[in-house]
Design a protein around this ligand. Structure first.
Ligand code: NAD
Ligand code: ZN
Length: 376
């Protein structure tokens, strides 16, 4: 089959690789019809997280079931399914409690598995013609009858829509509250969209790329351009002294041709722009600081953080990977009943063959390259 493989920093290629296949009785085999490029892929693409050469990328996957293992009961050939980026077994202590992002049964030294991701097990990604889905009954979200027609909406359930929602959940957004979101990438825009869905009275999104700020506006938020250096004052003024809740949707960014500062600023900026006793949800991923430097797999990511300000404001911070399965069924219902259309983010639909070019444009933050769906 054809697949997009990692070859080295900023080098990916579409190659012929051995076909994905059923390996265990609980597996499901999916013919991938939509697979997105994500800001998280850039951690590997830019070489900040070491990855084996030849590994298939892609963790935001949707497709049609073509084969099921003999131990699969609830998923059938022909079903159109969306796959959470996290791989969970469904029966370990963490999965049982809903923390499927921290599954203890995955083939990784540390809790949590994902498709096509370094430090999250050795699972192949879905930027390919076929994908093996472990524990298929648990991981496949079987989509309703409008699945093909709304495929570009449903594929956002693999990651960024639930992840944006998770940011608002971690921050504790309640109806009527004001929310500030740092980052107008796909995740930040989905956090803003989720805050609106949850009844926030005011949602502000900070970034400096005009095309991305326009998307935040399309999500129902007020865009805040940080390039002038007075964005904290603007937030304090608009919210009467600080937003009730804040979401960090930037994470480590090494490569921004428009020169955003390093991400330590987002954490300290969040503490400054959220009111005393407010809540902050961090979904941005913080990884080694020097691009291309790490040679060993590490989950380290140090950043200077002003704990004093944070402590005196009595704020709380919650962090971590989105447990996609905690949200995707309900969010699918919002799509099915026309209450949510996350595909407004999509800028490009491209064949798999054009993936290497698409990575380059997306990584360069080229205007207009906000969310790419590959159609193998
Ligand atoms: P992205 O890189 O496309 O977007 C990040 C945005 O942040 C860009 O628009 C950039 O201009 C902006 N930015 C950079 N520095 C900034 C600053 N100092 N202040 C304000 N904005 C700034 O990435 P994305 O796909 O939107 O993902 C965002 C983060 O979320 C990444 O770290 C990604 O790995 C992470 N993520 C986490 C989870 C999870 O489960 N927790 C899931 C998916 C993605
Ligand atoms: Zn993703």
């Amino acid at each position: 089959m054809k697949a997009l493989v990692y070859e080295g920093p900023r080098q990916v290629a579409v190659e012929d690789v051995p076909d994905a296949r059923i390996e265990r009785p609980t597996d499901v085999l999916v013919r991938v019809t939509s697979t997105n490029i994500c800001g998280s892929d850039l951690h590997m693409y830019e070489g900040r997280t070491p990855m084996e050469q030849g590994r298939i990328l892609g963790h935001e996957n949707l497709g049609v079931v073509v084969e099921t293992g003999e131990g699969v009961y609830g998923v059938h050939v022909g079903d159109r399914v969306c796959l959470p980026f996290n791989i969970g077994c469904g029966f370990c202590e963490n999965c049982e409690r809903g923390y499927t992002g921290f599954c203890l049964s995955v083939d990784s030294d540390t809790p949590g598995g994902a498709y096509g991701f370094a430090a999250m097990g050795s699972y192949a990604g879905g930027q390919a013609e076929y994908l093996r889905v472990p524990w298929g009954d648990f991981n496949c979200l079987v989509l309703p009858e409008d699945a093909a027609e709304k495929e570009n909406d449903y594929v956002m359930l693999a990651d960024i829509f639930p992840t944006g929602y998770h940011a608002t959940e971690l921050a504790g957004v309640s109806p009527g509250e004001s929310v500030v979101v740092y980052g107008a990438g796909p995740v930040g825009v989905m956090a803003a969209y989720s805050a609106v869905l949850r009844g926030a009275s005011q949602v502000l999104v900070v970034d400096r790329h005009p095309d991305r700020l326009r998307l935040a506006e399309a999500a129902g938020a007020i865009p805040v351009d940080d390039s002038k250096g007075e964005h904290i004052e603007e937030i304090l003024e608009r919210t009467g002294g600080g937003a009730d809740r804040g979401c960090e949707c930037v994470g480590y960014q090494a490569h921004d041709p428009q020169g955003h500062e390093k991400p330590e600023s987002t954490m300290n900026d969040l503490v400054a722009s959220v009111r005393a006793t407010g809540g902050i949800g961090v979904v941005g991923v913080f990884l080694p600081q020097d691009e291309g430097a790490p040679t060993e797999l590490t989950r380290e990511g140090k950043l200077p953080f002003d704990f004093g300000q944070f402590w005196f404001k009595g704020q709380s911070i919650r962090t971590g990977q989105a447990n996609v399965k905690s949200y995707n069924r309900q969010l699918a219902q919002l799509i099915h009943h026309d209450r949510a259309h996350p595909s407004f983010l999509v800028s490009h639909e491209l064949p798999l063959a054009e993936a290497p070019e698409a990575y380059r444009h997306f990584d360069d933050r080229e205007p207009g390259w906000t969310k790419v769906i590959l159609k193998p």
